[in-house]
Write a protein that binds this ligand. Structure first.
Ligand SMILES: Nc1ncnc2c1ncn2[C@@H]1O[C@H](COP(=O)(O)OP(=O)(O)OP(=O)(O)O)[C@@H](O)[C@H]1O
Length: 917
């Protein structure tokens, strides 16, 4: 009814405008007069006040102008202050609020506690006592507490809302109860009666409840409100109350602190052990941004430059340059230069080498001629072991741990003093298992009735929803078929994606995945699981690799993609991979395929493996294969140690690469095979090609639980550098959460294989995109190799336990594994360093080495060579005397040295506390 007159009013205006402007302008013409009409009316009404008496007109204008000027001025001042306050540092603002609250608390305290007189006192009584009743005394305390909290925790603004809500509930609940407890005075009894009870707040909270439900129900409800307020203020969920009470009891000293978590203890103990065992290497963390695309070359270059940044020292000793050499110098230089091997039949010591190097790089200028440096001979590990054993009175020093890798060298040398490489022992002729040991599958179905039925269903859906699209073909993979849909002109791709649920309904499968577009085609792909899925046999994939005559030993079979092509990749090019998916999704089968592929295609000379299986049952089938360099590791702590060993191995390989001038282990190996590289003269080392080292971890989460920092550090270090050293990681986990697959790990592991995940979040962690949550398990995977930005869907290959057993037996029959004993013994023995050595362990070792290798027990030599004061040198001498390394002092004469150079290793082991255990 109301609209009708206005429509009627508009009508004439429209008509009037229409003939002049034409139809296009109709709308504008329609609106404009309608809007203007009321304005005109107002204008017509306005002139009424205008006729002001003429004589006062000027004064009126003046007063108005003055008033407006004043108002603008005051407004500008306040706006300026407001703007200034906005620009104020948030910390100052918070402090200001807190101090303001403190001031208010002070005033309220004066008004309520001290009965302040005057207008402020009256105001406090009206506002505070009026609102809070007899609990007004608590208001200053409350305000004070809030102010103190604001000052102490300004960084937690998110808690403010919670505290306001909690306090409000608390105050209302308590005051309501006080009101009821004081006899529920009504408004009619006067304001004083209400002030003597719970105040207006109490009255407001209790009266409606009492009125509608009687006091009997009102009180428990108000108690509940109070409890709620208390819980909110203290941020305590109801189920955490016992724990909070226990904590409170512990704080008040009436309860005992609960036992610390076993893992925490373990972690601490483990960290402690590593701190003891590892050389003091600065704990540097690489910080590649997780979001940045992985560039292995850049990462490697960066990591390499960091390595090169560290001072390098020559193993070749150089005598001191700045003053005439005395007898001591000559003895020290000669012992080190001739490497002890000539003089005393013992290998050179890295410490001595470093010491002599330190002598030569003094900060003074050279004045004396330098003796010709003699290249240092390389030590013989076998011999070293024997020596270490001998020194500790016939007991094996440091267990069966080979010396050179057990105590990682603190400094880099041009040539690592070791001859031990991972290698096949003897002249074994190793034959690879025959492909016949793996079952042969069929070629795979090309088309089935199920596919035709789905094409029909899709066509029906498009027709029913009136989408101009048609299925133009499909490619059938083992698990899913991808139907290609071409759209008509001007049909949006979104119309297909919007139909996902309808398509899923029509084909009776929830796992419909839409790819838009199919890479390289102007078509939308709809992946729908096959009702008649097929298995992909590992043997079939490997047969293809064989026929392709690709002899890369690291080439492994992954499965078959949705277009029916076999998926194979070289792990050496990946260069590190993350395999993740929910339990039962097919990870272990994938790992089995990887290991079996390696066994089928590579000799232990080509590829060596470290298998980490914290679940204990997944990889037991591979126990004893010759490709292993250590028994399968099931203890997560040992696994963490093994990763540290891999870092050391990588460092040693890099040392070789640097020393012989190669950039990649493949080039070095080729040169070794062609006899192009020779060990330096005097070295007894026999150069061997380095095998690839493949480290497979079947549950990363278990490792990350035990030693997250060390594992992450090691993984990051390995993944950054190991590519050129021929070391590759495969990390599998069924818990792809951010605390397991951390940003750092992700940023350095560029190839990802996702099997079915339980959530979209997991898919994002693995692939940085959704998709894996739509996979259907049992080997259905999305593969994102390094450099690709769209994952490929594939069905993982499968190898049966019997096939694995046959291949393993073949390998085991040919040779036994040659284990490296030092892989997991890094910290096996708890070190017991004598108390009197204290922090001087390193110095003492250096002193012992210097004295024994020079056979010269002089305190002043220690002073000079170790650059320590007289007191420290004397103390070192005393420590050596108490360990029977040197004899007693004979005045100004040098002391007798009681240890022969070939016993030095044992003595050092004893000093380091490694000989027992
Ligand atoms: N590629 C595959 N082809 C066919 N079936 C498979 C494939 N992969 C896995 N399956 C089936 O799924 C089952 C579970 O696979 P698998 O043990 O590899 O899962 P998982 O992800 O390792 O689980 P968990 O983490 O619990 O060990 C297997 O027993 C097998 O029947």
């Amino acid at each position: 009814m109301a609209s009708r007159p206005s429509a009627a009013k508009k009508q004439p205006a429209k008509k009037a405008a229409a003939p002049a402007k034409g139809p296009v302008k109709k709308a504008a013409a329609k609106k404009a007069p309608a809007k203007r009409a009321p304005a005109k009316k107002a204008a017509a009404r306005k002139p009424a006040p205008q006729p002001a008496p003429n004589p006062t007109n000027g004064v009126y204008r003046l007063v108005r102008a003055l008033w407006l000027g004043l108002a603008h001025g005051v407004g500008a001042v306040f706006r300026g202050i407001g703007q200034g306050a906005k620009n104020l540092d948030p910390a100052h603002r918070k402090d200001g609020v807190a101090l303001l609250l403190l001031g208010v608390a002070l005033i309220v305290a004066a008004g309520t506690w001290a009965d302040l007189k005057g207008p402020v006192g009256d105001l406090v009584e009206i506002l505070v006592t009026g609102a809070f009743g007899r609990l007004d005394l608590l208001v200053p305390i409350l305000l004070g507490a809030i102010a103190v909290r604001l000052i102490r925790h300004p960084e937690k603004p998110e808690a403010n809302g919670r505290i306001v809500i909690g306090l409000s509930a608390l105050v209302i609940g308590v005051l309501g109860q006080v009101h009821i407890a004081c006899g529920s005075p009504a408004r009619s009894e006067g304001m004083q009666a209400i002030r003597d009870a719970g105040g207006l707040i109490g009255w407001g909270a209790a009266t409606p409840l009492s009125y509608t439900m009687t006091d009997v129900l009102a009180v428990p409800l108000l108690v509940l409100l109070t409890v709620f307020g208390l819980l909110v203020v203290t941020a305590t969920p109801v189920n955490a109350i016992p724990q909070r009470l226990r904590q409170l009891g512990v704080r008040l000293g009436v309860a005992h602190a609960p036992e610390t978590d076993e893992f925490t203890n373990d972690d601490e103990r483990y960290d402690e052990q590593w701190r003891e065992a590892l050389p003091a290497r600065p704990r540097k963390r690489a910080q590649p941004a997780a979001a940045e695309p992985y560039d292995p070359d850049a990462a490697e270059q960066e990591a390499l430059s960091r390595r090169r940044g560290r001072p390098r020292r020559s193993a070749v000793p150089q005598p001191e340059m700045n003053r005439p050499m005395d007898a001591v110098d000559v003895a020290a230089a000669a012992a080190a230069a001739l490497d002890g091997a000539v003089l005393h039949g013992m290998p050179p010591s890295p410490l001595v080498a470093d010491l002599t190097q330190g002598v030569s790089t003094g900060d003074r200028e050279s004045t004396t001629p330098t003796p010709t440096p003699v290249p240092a001979a390389r030590p013989q590990p076998g011999k070293l072991k024997k020596d270490a054993t001998k020194a500790a009175g016939g007991e094996p020093a440091g267990g069966a741990v080979p010396d050179l890798t057990k105590t990682p060298l603190p400094k880099e040398r041009d040539l690592p003093p070791r001859a031990e490489q991972l290698q096949l022992s003897g002249d074994i002729t190793y034959s690879l298992p025959s492909l016949d040991s793996l079952t042969r599958g069929g070629p795979g179905k090309a088309r089935s009735a199920a596919n035709d039925a789905i094409v029909a269903s899709l066509t029906t859906v498009f027709t029913e929803f009136k989408v101009d699209a048609a299925v133009t073909g499909f490619t059938r993979g083992p698990t899913v078929t991808r139907y290609e849909v071409e759209l008509g002109p001007a049909v949006k791709v979104e119309r297909i994606t919007a139909l996902t649920k309808n398509i899923a309904y029509a084909v009776a499968s929830p796992d419909v995945r839409i790819i838009s577009p199919i890479p390289g085609k102007s078509a939308v792909g709809i992946e729908i699981p096959n009702t008649d899925r097929e298995m992909v046999n590992l043997g079939d994939v490997l047969r293809l690799a064989e026929s392709a005559e690709d002899d890369d030993p690291m080439l492994v079979a992954f499965g078959k993609d949705v277009e029916g092509g076999y998926v194979m990749h070289s792990l050496a090019k990946m260069p590190h991979m993350l395999v993740a998916g929910a339990t039962g999704s097919g990870k272990s089968s994938c790992i089995n395929c990887l290991i079996t592929s390696i066994m089928m295609r590579a000799t232990p000379e080509d590829v060596r493996m470290i298998l980490v299986d914290p679940k204990r049952v997944e990889l037991t089938a591979y126990e004893g294969i010759p490709h292993l360099i250590t028994p399968i590791i099931t203890n997560p702590k040992r696994a963490a140690e093994a990763l540290q060993w891999v870092v050391r191995e990588m460092d040693l390989r890099y040392d070789d690469l640097a020393a012989y001038g190669y950039r990649h282990i493949d080039d070095f190996n080729r040169a070794v095979r062609e006899g192009k590289v020779k060990p330096p003269e005097g070295s007894e080392r026999e150069l061997q090609p380095y095998p690839y080292l493949l480290v497979i971890v079947d549950e990363l989460a278990d490792l990350m639980m035990v030693a997250p920092r060390d594992v992450e550090d090691a993984i990051v270090r390995i993944t950054q550098l190991a590519r050129a050293a021929g070391i590759h990681l495969v990390l599998a986990t069924q818990r792809p959460s951010v605390d397991v697959v951390t940003g750092l790990i992700k940023a350095n592991v560029p190839s990802r294989l996702a099997f079915a995940t339980s959530s979209l979040a997991d898919s994002r962690v693995i692939l940085d995109q959704p998709g894996a949550e739509k996979l259907i398990g049992k080997g259905d995977g999305l593969f994102l190799p390094m450099g690709a930005n769209k994952p490929t869907r594939m069905q993982g290959a499968f190898v049966t336990e019997e096939e694995v057993a046959t291949v393993v037996q073949h390998c085991k029959d040919q040779m036994a594994p040659v284990f490296r004993e030092d892989v997991t013994v890094g910290t096996k023995q708890k070190k017991e360093i004598d108390e009197d050595i204290g922090d001087d362990l390193d110095l003492l070792c250096q002193a012992a080495e210097l004295v024994v290798s020079t056979q010269f027990g002089s305190t002043s030599m220690l002073q000079r060579k170790l650059r320590v004061g007289f007191a420290k040198a004397g103390r070192l001498m005393d420590l050596m005397e108490s360990r029977s390394i040197v004899g007693p002092s004979e005045g100004s004469k040098a002391r007798d040295v009681l240890v022969k150079p070939d016993e030095l290793d044992g003595v050092l082991a004893v000093i380091r506390g490694e000989s027992e255990g």
